[in-house]
Design a binder for this molecule. Structure first.
Ligand code: UDP
Length: 421
């Protein structure tokens, strides 16, 4: 198949760990690579966010990245990119010319708009089957972030519109299916294909990063409030009270390396919180860590904690599991599918530092349990979450979309009853 991926803000070539660069970048890069390995030809379209980027980058056999001029050639926060989606669609459509792909796959709601626009231009005479992966849903974000949600107002009606107009939706977890249904999207056109993990790269064998203290707890991810890193810091006094004095919480992620990270307000907030709780000596903020160093860091941990308020999928727990490390995870979103309670890790209620501390105590005092959960996690990652398996599931969804999509263009987004577009 000739496959076009559109990922407006999350380039497969970007460095990870900054505010807008995380799981979606990994997902688009690894899925595209796995599809190319299965013999497909994949082009990923992303927005040019630096002047020096070449127009086309050949990443490997059957895989290229195209940087499309859409808005200023510099970093623009993802929530400010909506005005440039028309330009992005123009660039994609120009690149297709008279040779459209067999399918177009939008990643994130805004790319979905550009994908639908490019796929259904009456003047081209073709209609490309369009699939959508949302990665995150505005409804869920609003529910948890309220007034702090910086998404454009239009997301309220454009995102469900993308869902209704897409030929197929690829949800990454079962929780998302319920959310999509609640948005008025027919479940019959939803496929589930989770994110995967690179099992050659993330594995229990290999170098192990040095640790500072007897026990290491690890938190990895973009440092945005909803990731709940503050809740893990808040669990440390309980852990100390339970007798675990010699503990280090290593926090990986944040917008830069250790030289610039102290300017970041979220990092200041976390450091202030640690000082206020008297646990500064137990917290290390590492900043953004290059991909190559991540497996060694995972392997150095006794437990990885993921305590988000909500999580559309969450690749970090899979990476931890693939490295044989048990995961303490808030029982939300994708973490309910990936982490199996008392089998590959421990579930805790969301926003509950005391529960995080109890789960960590159980793991730290019991090396046999840690090893058992770690080994089961590795098995689960290997049997269910290889990128090749995810690509095979995605391929099935593409085939269903090709079989089911009407042949000619019918422009626009399917409006919600009474909604102004
Ligand atoms: N990551 C990284 N270096 C960092 C911070 C994060 O390589 O400094 C990677 C991490 O290993 C994972 C991804 O960024 O692959 C984060 O994905 P996840 O789905 O957990 O969170 P998201 O960013 O999508 O919210």
């Amino acid at each position: 198949m000739k496959i076009a991926m559109i990922s407006e803000h999350a380039s497969p070539l970007a460095a990870l760990g900054g505010v807008d660069a995380g799981g979606q970048n990994v997902h688009v890069a690894a899925l595209s690579e796995a599809l190319a390995k299965r013999g497909h030809h994949v082009t990923v379209y992303t927005r040019r966010d630096a002047t020096e980027l070449p127009e086309r980058v050949r990443v490997g056999r059957g895989l290229e990245v195209v940087h499309v001029d859409a808005g200023p050639a510099r970093h623009v926060p993802k929530d400010d990119l909506l005005p440039y989606m028309g330009e992005l669609a123009d660039g994609v459509s120009r690149d297709w010319g008279q040779r459209p792909p067999d399918v177009v796959h939008g990643h994130f709601w805004m790319s979905g708009l550009a994908a639908l626009d490019a796929a259904r231009r009456p003047e081209t005479g073709y209609r490309v089957p369009m699939l959508q992966t949302f990665h995150a849903l505005g409804t869920v974000k609003r529910r948890h972030q309220g007034a702090e949600d910086t998404s454009p107002e239009e997301r309220r009606w454009l995102e469900p519109g993308v869902g209704r107009s897409a030929d197929r939706i690829i949800a990454t977890c079962s929780d998302e299916v319920f959310e999509l249904k609640a948005m008025g999207i027919a479940t019959g056109k939803i496929s589930i294909a989770p994110c995967g993990v690179d099992l050659n790269f993330f594995s229990p064998e290999g170098p192990v990063a040095a640790r500072k203290r007897r026990y290491r707890i690890l938190s990895v991810g973009r440092l945005v409030r909803r990731k709940g890193v503050d809740l893990v810091i808040r669990s440390l006094p309980y852990l100390k009270a339970a007798g675990f004095e010699d503990v280090e919480l290593l926090i990986v992620g944040g917008g830069g390396d250790s030289t610039v990270m102290h300017k970041d307000p979220e990092i200041r907030r976390l450091l202030d919180l640690a000082a206020e709780l008297g646990v500064s000596g137990h917290v290390t903020l590492q900043g953004q860590v290059p991909r190559a160093e991540m497996p060694g860091i995972f392997r150095s941990a006794d437990a990885v904690v993921c305590a988000p308020w909500y999580e559309p999928f969450g690749i970090v727990p899979l990476e931890a599991m693939a490295c044989g490390v048990p995961v303490v995870a808030a029982a939300v979103g994708g973490l309910r599918d990936t982490v199996v309670d008392h089998a590959t890790g421990l579930h805790v209620p969301p926003r509950d530092p005391e529960a995080i501390a109890s789960a960590l105590s159980l793991l730290l005092e019991n090396p046999t349990l840690r090893a058992k959960l770690g080994q089961a996690g590795e098995r689960r990652a290997r049997t269910r979450y290889s990128w090749d398996r995810v690509a095979a599931e995605t391929e099935k969804a593409y085939q269903l979309a090709v079989a089911g999509a009407p042949a000619s263009a019918s422009a626009g987004i399917v409006p919600m009853e009474g909604a102004a577009l």
